[in-house]
Design a binder for this molecule. Structure first.
Ligand SMILES: [Zn+2]
Length: 438
């Protein structure tokens, strides 16, 4: 039997876990954390004691021969990771160590960097995992299934979509992708290949299926430059630590506005891991970039490595020359404002998606309180990592799958109205259900 079972990424943004089975080969496409389910039982700071606790609460699917704690023999051949966002990879930490984990070289480097910066625990351990590298456009085989990875554009380097050749026909998996970033031609290349393959099934993400905008990375650069150019004091900016395209944009903004860019320790650690990748070295050679060193009693090993490899600045260095800096902030280092005391005319550039759950809303309202206290206005300057509604429609239409399974979306019902004229069958997946390709 050839089938796809949806163990995560169903009616939800993230937590992707799709098991493809064909002639005895079993491959997971992504193995991410279901944050919305986890959030119901644990906070960001509380941790499960065991894998079985996560299974009990439905954060992980109940399966045998998959998890490291379980003594039964291994029942999965491989996990293939699309990219290094936690909602696509984090649960590999809990897998049996004889399962092969395929990812691109950069994805493995980012995963290692991200996990090094997290507290030790069952959800953050890579020790003993068997990583294998795949390359853009080069097919590889897991058992009977041939898999072709295609690099696509997303808000993290080296995201991939896949085409899987099963005995019943091709299956296409979007991972997360978009058609409005710097790597549009990559996404177009995947779509063109999928079109030629005539997929039996397309698993297609729809984070933005019901709501779009027209902001591109170029708009972010232009708008941020104008705002920063108009501020004569400190500029704070917030964006994802693994979004290197966004970092590139803010680096350009700093260059254009004659400021220096003080990045977070975590951003610097990720950059350090990627330093041999094309285009990254140029960040590290010019004197625009430095690292903001937080005052702490104890620094972790990875933080000490950053402090010895990068030029560091502290709050006191910024306090008296506020118009010279763009300081990257996170939701968890807002207390630095107490020391810096932003002068009138300072601004905060929020360059991430708007909050879409309670935890994010709480973080956001806390940020607003801090900014309100210091009289710092917030500007939204963002371009989404995910494809826009009209682009999804044209991509699906071009790929022309026989069957479409909407994934990674809170609006899966939307596909049936918005796309029913471009695809003959839309299957709204249910968690834990198996869909046969026979
Ligand atoms: Zn992603």
């Amino acid at each position: 039997m050839t089938s796809i079972t949806c163990y995560g990424g169903v009616a939800e943004i993230g937590g992707n876990k799709f098991l493809v089975e064909d002639l005895g080969t079993r491959v997971f496409l992504d193995f991410g954390m279901d944050f919305s389910r986890r959030r119901q039982f644990y906070s960001v700071f509380s941790r499960p004691k065991s894998c079985s606790d996560l299974i009990e609460f439905g954060v992980l699917p109940r399966m045998s021969g998959v998890y490291d704690y379980d003594n039964s023999s291994c029942d999965i051949d491989a996990v293939v990771l699309s990219h290094a966002h936690m909602d696509h990879f984090q649960c590999i930490s809990l897998l049996k160590r004889d399962i092969e984990i395929y990812a691109s070289e950069q994805t493995i480097q980012i995963i290692q960097a991200v996990m090094d910066t997290r507290r030790e625990g069952i959800e953050n351990s890579l020790s003993g995992l068997k990583f294998k590298t795949f390359y853009n456009g080069r097919p590889f085989k897991v058992g009977d299934i041939e898999i072709i990875p295609f690099e696509v554009d997303h808000s993290i380097p080296s995201a991939h979509s896949f085409i899987l050749h099963t005995s019943k026909g091709p299956v296409a998996y979007s991972g997360d992708f978009r058609l409005h970033g710097r790597g549009v031609r990559l996404t177009r290349n995947f779509i063109a290949h999928a079109h030629k393959e005539k997929p039996l099934v397309l698993l297609c993400e729809g984070t933005n299926i019901s709501e779009g905008d027209r902001n591109t990375e170029r708009d972010v650069l232009k708008e941020a430059s104008e705002i920063v150019g108009g501020s004569n004091n400190l500029v704070f900016a917030y964006f994802s630590a693994v979004d290197i395209d966004r970092l590139r944009s803010f680096y350009r903004v700093a260059e254009d506005t004659n400021r220096r860019l003080a990045i977070s320790c975590k951003q610097a650690y990720v950059l350090g891991k990627l330093k041999n990748q094309k285009g990254i070295g140029s960040f590290l050679t010019k004197d625009i970039l430095c690292v903001f060193k937080r005052k702490k009693r104890h620094y972790e090993k990875w933080e000490r490595a950053v402090h010895s490899n990068f030029e560091c600045v502290e709050a006191v260095d910024m306090k008296n020359e506020q118009n010279r800096w763009i300081k990257i902030s996170t939701m968890y280092d807002l207390d630095e404002m107490l020391e810096i005391r932003p002068n009138p005319g300072s601004v905060f550039l929020f360059s991430a998606s708007e909050p879409f759950n309670e935890e994010m809303e709480e973080d956001f309202s806390r940020l607003r309180n801090w900014l309100g206290h210091f009289g710092v206005p917030l500007y939204n300057v963002h371009s989404s990592g995910h494809m826009m509604p009209i682009d999804i429609r044209s991509a699906v239409s071009q790929m022309n799958p026989r069957k479409l399974i909407p994934i990674h979306t809170q609006s899966q019902g939307f596909y049936k109205t918005f796309l029913h004229d471009v695809v003959s069958e839309i299957v709204e997946p249910q968690l834990g259900h198996t869909y046969s390709l026979d």
